[in-house]
Design a protein around this ligand. Structure first.
Ligand SMILES: [Zn+2]
Length: 145
């Protein structure tokens, strides 16, 4: 269940520049789900998964930052700089990434999915040994809300 107050706060923080011409309506269903999850901070990133299951480590698997949040993934993770350069605007911020043109919304969705596959490639083996970090491909198809 969503905490209504918290959801309101998050949605406002990420969506306050939206208009009735939101381009999310012009992208595919899969891309819409990705953008909506990122806007509401309900993408299956480690910080969010940790809030659901405290056994799940909240850190970023690529750079070991303390919390893998939506902001961290989209804006700050140093190991996603190349991907960010290729797919996000030159000076990325939450508005120009998540409330933008059709082409940018498609690229933002692509950025997210490619980042998940990078994680998966790097951490499948250690996860089997340590049970700490795990490939999140399965999370991509799990309905999350
Ligand atoms: Zn990171």
């Amino acid at each position: 269940m969503w905490a209504i107050g918290q959801t309101d706060r998050v949605v406002h923080r990420y969506m306050n520049s939206l208009t009735t011409n939101d381009n999310i309506r012009t992208i595919s269903r899969k891309e819409q789900v990705t953008i909506f999850r990122l806007r509401t901070e309900h993408a299956p990133l480690n910080y969010h998964l940790n809030r659901i299951n405290p056994q799940h480590p909240p850190m970023c698997p690529l750079c070991n930052d303390q919390f893998e949040t939506t902001d961290h993934l989209l804006l700050h993770c140093p190991n996603l700089d190349d991907l960010r350069h290729d797919l996000l605007p030159p000076t990325p911020d939450i508005t120009n990434i998540l409330s933008s043109t059709t082409d940018q919304l498609k690229n933002t969705s692509k950025f997210y999915h490619m980042a998940m596959y990078i994680y998966c490639d790097m951490y499948t083996a250690p996860s089997k040994k340590e049970g700490q970090l795990h490939c999140r491909t399965e999370n991509l198809i799990v309905p999350f809300f």
